[in-house]
Design a protein around this ligand. Structure first.
Ligand SMILES: *[C@@H]1O[C@H](CO)[C@@H](O)[C@H](O)[C@H]1NC(C)=O
Ligand SMILES: *[C@@H]1O[C@H](CO)[C@@H](O)[C@H](O)[C@H]1NC(C)=O
Ligand SMILES: *[C@@H]1O[C@H](CO)[C@@H](O)[C@H](O)[C@H]1NC(C)=O
Ligand SMILES: *[C@@H]1O[C@H](CO)[C@@H](O)[C@H](O)[C@H]1NC(C)=O
Length: 386
């Protein structure tokens, strides 16, 4: 091999190595069984067993919307990071009473941290839509929790809240024209975004291409399912960017809205996404095992590619698949789960980043050998091969 092609190969491999350094972390949402009789059947699901199962699926993150202390404890024996949620009914008390915030931290964080890797706390989920009257309490609650953490010397756990794409973004077409809905944007969102930026926190959003596809019959299903096909694209007429999948388009709509409000550097976390394997009514013909598997496979493959989105090359920083088991709490009759009740997998999807880690190690090894050989060539009087 001639020296110039050597150098080219070397640079190419280096770029490969660089390309797979910041892969988004993939997690899953787990709701403990509710107290309904049907759920009692699955009471064999002990926290330790759940933690083991999630670990064996090679997820690196898990989202616990109810922050059950027994579950937080169970994850101390894994290397899995935790996104803790705070249910909406607690929010007004946490907002108006600092000692209530401190108590929450005493109960859910102090006994377990840092053995349990608590990475973030989300105050409420889609509160701005589900309970507009509670929304003025969100930022004060976030502040109180953050102050309580800092008072206790815990500076590394940021606090945020979770939005729903459809209730916070004006339009996804084209993504570059997206903005946050008013008046929530001005009154509540701007101070919140400023707080997130000041405290190195993240913007959390529930983002379902499935719902977007259902609402817009002109979207080809392949575009929502990450399928490569000559017709599966949409162009942003303003920026000229071509989108190959609906997920990127929705993510970039959020990125644009953040930029318009002056906070384009806040990291973006997808707190929920998924595809149901069965619907609740006959209108949901696309809620099938087949499409659900396609979506999850396409999504995980896309995330592992490390390509990010057209507007944010590092893409989303974390993503949580909704959800581990069917029909727990939210959307009772929907089948969003990735496991059967007997804890076996519904779909053949590899959620780990292992494939890429191996690729990275391999590339690093090749680069190492090239450097050795090239270095020897140079020393033996070959000169700079340019
Ligand atoms: C735990 O995860 C971190 C990254 O999140 C990784 O660097 C470390 O090697 C993991 N440890 C084990 C024991 O898997
Ligand atoms: C604040 O919360 C603490 C602990 O939860 C409670 O004992 C106290 O009565 C509350 N104070 C007010 C003014 O609500
Ligand atoms: C935010 O992160 C930056 C860089 O990592 C650090 O210098 C800064 O102190 C952090 N700020 C807070 C409030 O944690
Ligand atoms: C688990 O449940 C699913 C669906 O009910 C079934 O198809 C599968 O065979 C079961 N697996 C085991 C190991 O029991």
């Amino acid at each position: 091999m001639s020296p110039p092609s050597f150098l080219f190969l070397f640079l190419f491999l280096l770029s490969l190595l660089h390309g797979c350094t910041s892969l988004p972390s993939i997690g899953v949402t787990y709701f403990p069984p509710s107290t309904t009789p049907a759920a009692a059947a699955s009471s064999s699901r002990l926290p330790a067993h759940v933690a083991e199962t999630i670990d064996s699926l090679r997820f690196s993150y898990v989202r616990l919307p109810d922050s059950d202390p027994a579950l937080i404890r169970a994850f101390a024996y894994t290397n899995i990071s935790l996104l803790l949620g705070i249910p909406e009914p607690m929010v007004p008390a946490l907002a108006s009473n600092r000692s209530a915030a401190l108590r929450w931290i005493y109960r859910h964080v102090l006994p377990f941290y840092p053995r349990s890797k608590i990475s973030l706390i989300s105050v409420g989920n889609d509160i701005f839509n589900s309970s507009p009257d509670v929304s003025p309490f969100v930022l004060p609650a976030i502040r109180n929790l953050r102050f309580a953490l800092v008072d206790l010397g815990i500076k590394k756990i940021p606090v945020s809240t979770t939005f729903s794409f459809f209730n916070i973004i004006t339009t996804a077409f084209p993504p570059s024209a997206a903005q946050f809905q008013q008046p929530a944007g001005d009154l509540i969102l701007n101070p919140l975004l400023q707080f997130l930026e000041n405290t190195n926190s993240s913007f959390l959003v529930n983002l379902y291409p499935y719902n977007m596809y259902k609402l817009n019959c002109e979207i080809p299903i392949g575009f929502a399912l990450f399928q490569d096909h000559p017709w599966n694209f949409r162009d942003d007429i303003i920026t000229g960017v071509r989108y190959r999948n609906l997920f990127d388009m929705m993510v970039d709509a959020v990125i644009s809205a953040l930029a318009v409000s002056g906070h384009e550097n806040v990291p973006l976390i997808v707190a929920e996404t998924g595809w149901p394997s069965a619907g609740i009514d006959t209108g949901e013909v696309d809620a099938t095992d087949f499409y659900a598997e396609m979506y999850l496979k396409g999504l995980v493959h896309h995330l592992k590619s490390g390509l990010g989105t057209p507007l944010r090359k590092e893409g989303v920083s974390e993503l949580y698949i909704y959800e581990l088991f069917d029909g727990d709490l939210k959307g009772g009759s929907k089948n969003w789960g990735i496991l059967f009740q007997n804890m076996t997998q519904k779909y053949k999807v590899d959620y780990s980043g292992a494939g890429d880690a191996e690729k990275k190690n391999f590339v690093a090894l090749v680069v190492f050998f090239l450097v050795v050989i090239l270095g020897r060539d140079l020393l033996s009087g070959g000169g700079i091969p340019l």
